[in-house]
Design a protein around this ligand. Structure first.
Ligand code: TYM
Length: 332
């Protein structure tokens, strides 16, 4: 059976891009593949976090994932820091990764100020290695992510291949599963930039749990262009194309077919707003119920971590042995 793993950071509030590009595909994958999903709280520590808030947001993110349709009866949902095998494997992989390849990661370059790399957190630099450990610890075949994770997945594959070549066949080399539509939802106010938890302005991003009237207002005010011609062309018409992509994901149909039905932006925006509100409504309702039952969510996470540890443990043991670490009697 194909093994799936993916993760999401508990920072910021989940936005439409996260849901469309990743979470909705996890919900589909869980029914056909052996699926593991984690809230990557350790990755969140690469930027400044208030400790109490990080704890709360980790629980909120897990609650959101359940509200969005993850079913603990068919998939494994857990918190990254509850499974120590991730950090141990990360160290082993740091001894396989090179400084040069981590320096080329665009996320590190984007999140540091040029000339000021000296003050960047080391964790931000080694972030993609921990992400590779998340994936390889489960021998995942398939990693459903949005387009912005493409480079990290390439690195993960390179590390798996290098490890296998150097130390013998140990890891499955995973494939990124990037959806053809919705893999890069753009900022509503600056459609040349992706919708981002940290970078987008409040008007530029739609939060998945936002009130319908707020979602509608943001979409009606989305940046388009002056010619009022509805056509799907990401380069020439990024704003309109983003709206057509949202309509396709939330309401069905293909972007090019949908474009032929509109003679102006007003009607398009109205339909996009309606479709997105309808698409998110069930998640919002279910979240409101689940957030009242934190004990249930914590129980799900505990059971998920148990399963995750027992899956990752033997894979880590295999990697330790392959690298020549002497087994101790407690190592299992
Ligand atoms: P994160 O938390 O930034 O985002 C979670 C998922 O949402 C996708 N995404 C988008 N998709 C479409 N349009 C957008 N505008 C958009 N913005 C974000 C991301 O591609 C991602 O799939 N490094 C990862 C978390 C991670 C992980 C892993 C993922 C840690 N370990 C192992 C997969 C496997 C991250 O920061 O995602």
């Amino acid at each position: 059976m194909t093994r799936v793993l993916s993760g999401i950071q508990p920072t910021g509030e989940i936005h439409l891009g996260n849901y469309v590009g990743a979470v909705q595909h996890w919900v589909l994958d869980q029914h056909v593949h052996d699926s593991f999903f984690c809230v990557v709280d350790l990755h969140a520590l690469t930027s400044e976090q208030d400790p109490a808030l990080l704890r709360a947001k980790t629980l909120q993110m897990a609650t959101f994932l359940l509200a969005g349709g993850l079913d603990p009866d068919v998939c494994t949902l857990f918190v990254q820091s509850h499974v120590p095998q991730h950090t141990e494997l990360s160290w082993l992989l740091e001894c396989v990764a090179s400084y040069g390849e981590l320096r080329r990661m665009t996320q590190f370059k984007d999140k540091t100020v040029a000339g000021d790399e000296g003050s960047a957190r080391v964790g931000l630099f080694t972030y993609p290695v921990l992400m590779a450990a998340d994936i390889l610890a489960y021998q995942a075949d398939r990693v459903p992510v949005g387009d912005d994770q493409r480079q990290h997945l390439e690195l993960c594959r390179d590390l798996a291949i290098r490890f296998n070549t150097r130390y013998g066949d140990t890891f499955v080399v995973p494939e990124a599963a990037i959806p053809p539509v919705g893999a890069r939802i753009m900022d509503l106010q600056d459609p040349t930039q992706k919708m981002s938890k940290s970078r987008s302005s409040p008007q530029g991003k739609i939060l998945a749990l936002e009130a319908p009237e707020v979602i509608t207002r943001k979409i009606m005010r989305a940046m388009t262009d002056a010619d009022n011609e509805v056509r799907f062309d990401r380069d020439a018409k990024p704003g309109v194309s983003n709206l057509l992509e949202l309509l396709a994901v939330a309401g069905g149909g293909t972007t090019t077919d949908l474009a032929t039905g509109y003679s102006g932006y007003g009607a398009l925006k109205k339909d996009v707003a309606e479709a997105v509100v309808t698409y998110l409504e069930p998640v919002r309702t279910r979240y409101a119920e689940l957030i009242e039952a934190p004990d249930h969510v914590l129980k799900v996470l505990d059971a998920g971590a148990d399963k995750a540890r027992s899956t990752a443990g033997p894979n880590l043991a295999k990697a330790r042995a392959a690298m020549g670490l002497l087994p101790g009697s407690e190592m299992g």
